[in-house]
Ligand binder design. Structure first.
Ligand code: HEC
Ligand code: HEC
Ligand code: HEC
Ligand code: HEC
Ligand code: HEC
Length: 411
């Protein structure tokens, strides 16, 4: 709130998504006449009221919509969109302080884009509690309401309903196109790049894939049957279904090495796996000695795109394009006490945020409240990692490798 060197808060450490602010002179995305108007910030979800309008039209919070649209509300509530104003974002906005409204408003373009939400954040910077609409992050009204009017896909079931609840709704086919999603999920062509590749390019990656040609959109995969849970990298089952994973353990031959090959293929992700610079996927193969890794036997493969916290350097980009596979080849001498060969793939959806928040806590002087929020965000992000896949192949007891022992079938 006061001085506290808030000046340099925004520089030095930046989130990949923050770069978008400096990078976006215009709304230069592939768009349509409807969408360029529809997504113009700040989104005017409310406005002047007419006195005869019923409560169902005027109430714009997600919970109000949820009284009738029960399924959408239940699904959205556990989606990442509902968490878009979590402690990591709010803590930083508060730490930036009210003197840095331009910076803050930039974040809100994607995290709480309605004018009403912007005003609530502004009030919170003056000391009020964060209002309910802002707290909801990317909420129903952001995607569906302008000036109290509802917009949605032209679904037969609704068009035929013949009831007029909130003044009916305006159908638009653009709700089913990938372009609907990109004002928050894609840098435009002049945006920040490292090694020639935009820092956020999910639409560009999708556009070049066979999914675009086949008409498989963001919504097809992330909103199947109109679902609103927006599963992504944080959902193990969703991720697992989109990959083909094979472990082959070679029959051991004259040389005493244990030979194996773990192959990971992007067989169902409609863009690079993973698309952003924030997640990291680590595959490891090792030999097991009494439930410990036999020393020196672990081999690793990292899938992801790692960049420095100041976004100046790229360390590696090993993401898998749609259809692409990568192998971890293993050839390591059998350890004397090894009883099994093990393989595991661990996904850290928020790996870059863990590094970011740790550095943030170390670098900046924060109030007790701001520090508590960032610490909560850090704990949440550390806890989001999960085991995506694992396998264990027992090794025969013979110390002398036995080439006739067959490989158990893949699972
Ligand atoms: C172009 C849209 C966009 C802008 C602008 C933007 N973000 Fe994000 N942000 C996203 C998306 C999409 C994600 C989720 C993907 C990911 O994890 O990288 C995200 C994730 C995050 C996360 C991690 C998730 C969480 O809730 O803890 C934080 C923290 C965050 N943003 C903070 C900010 C801050 C601070 C700003 C302003 C400097 C900002 N963002 C600006 C789109 C944006
Ligand atoms: C990030 C944007 C976004 C948010 C947030 C969002 N929706 Fe949707 N919604 C869509 C899109 C896109 C479709 C069309 C999906 C399709 O048919 O492919 C849709 C479809 C719908 C439909 C039509 C029926 C159906 O299930 O397809 C209703 C009703 C609806 N949403 C209500 C809600 C409610 C209520 C909320 C809040 C709890 C909400 N939406 C939050 C984007 C969003
Ligand atoms: C009182 C019940 C009620 C409330 C509250 C309500 N809706 Fe609806 N909604 C309906 C009904 C019924 C329809 C079907 C069309 C009609 O009768 O107007 C509908 C239709 C829709 C559609 C069109 C679906 C399509 O095919 O595109 C969208 C989008 C939508 N509502 C969004 C919302 C949002 C967002 C909110 C909250 C801001 C909300 N509704 C609040 C009952 C409600
Ligand atoms: C063919 C299905 C498919 C299509 C099409 C698709 N996605 Fe995904 N998406 C996935 C799967 C599976 C994941 C989880 C694995 C991953 O993170 O790459 C994912 C992950 C994500 C994530 C999580 C962050 C990350 O780093 O991966 C975001 C954000 C996302 N998709 C947005 C989009 C947008 C926006 C579009 C449209 C331009 C889109 N997706 C098109 C399947 C798809
Ligand atoms: C108003 C901005 C906005 C729009 C429009 C939007 N998103 Fe998002 N989306 C976000 C933000 C912000 C996050 C990150 C929230 C967080 O993690 O704190 C996010 C997260 C996601 C994720 C990540 C899930 C994960 O596990 O990390 C997926 C998938 C996703 N969005 C899909 C979509 C799709 C599909 C559409 C279009 C129907 C869409 N989004 C439209 C802002 C938006």
């Amino acid at each position: 709130m006061q001085k506290r060197g808030g000046k340099d808060k925004a520089s030095g450490l930046v989130l990949a998504c923050a770069l978008w602010l400096w990078a976006a002179p215009t709304w230069a995305w592939p768009t349509t006449a409807f969408l360029s108007r529809y997504w113009h910030r700040p989104l005017p979800v409310g406005g002047r009221l007419l006195p005869h309008w019923p409560a169902a039209q005027v109430a714009l919070s997600a919970r109000a919509c949820g009284q009738c649209h029960i399924r959408q509300y239940r699904e959205w509530r556990r989606s990442r969109h509902a968490l878009a104003m979590g402690p990591g974002v709010v803590g930083q906005l508060m730490a930036a302080g009210r003197g840095r409204w331009a910076f803050i408003r930039g974040c809100l373009l994607c995290h709480a884009p309605a004018g009403r939400q912007n005003r609530e954040v502004r009030a919170a910077l003056m000391g009020a509690a964060l209002g309910p609409m802002a707290h909801q992050g990317v909420t129903c009204a952001d995607c569906h309401v302008r000036a109290y009017r509802r917009f949605g896909p032209p679904l037969e079931s609704y068009l035929a309903a013949g009831r007029i609840i909130h003044g009916g709704f305006t159908p638009s086919n653009d709700f089913t196109r990938s372009r609907f999603c990109i004002s928050c999920h894609q840098f435009h062509g002049n945006g920040a790049r490292l090694h020639g590749a935009l820092l956020e390019n999910v639409y560009g990656e999708w556009r070049r894939s066979h999914y675009a040609r086949a008409g498989v959109t963001c919504q097809t995969c992330h909103m199947p049957n109109g679902r609103h849970d927006f599963y992504g990298i944080h959902n193990p089952r969703f991720v697992r279904k989109a990959l083909t994973i094979r472990l082959r353990v070679e029959p051991r031959e004259a040389k005493r090495d244990l030979v194996a090959r773990l192959s990971i293929m992007n067989s169902g992700v409609g863009h690079d796996f993973p698309t952003y610079t924030t997640p990291e996927v680590v595959a490891t193969i090792w030999q097991d000695c009494a439930r410990h890794i036999c020393p020196g036997t672990a081999r690793r493969l990292v899938i992801g795109r790692r960049i420095s916290l100041d976004l100046e350097h790229q360390y590696f980009d090993t993401r898998l394009k749609p259809g692409q596979a990568r192998q971890l080849s293993y050839g390591v001498a059998r350890a004397a006490h090894a009883t099994a060969l093990e393989a595991r793939i661990i996904v850290s959806p928020d790996a870059a945020y863990v590094r970011f928040f740790r550095a943030y806590l170390a670098r900046y002087r924060l109030t007790h409240k701001e520090r508590a929020a960032i610490k909560r965000a850090l704990a949440r992000d550390e806890n989001s990692r999960y085991v995506l896949w694992q396998a264990k192949r027992p090794l025969s007891r013979v110390t002398q490798p036995d080439s006739s022992s067959s490989t158990p079938p893949d699972r």
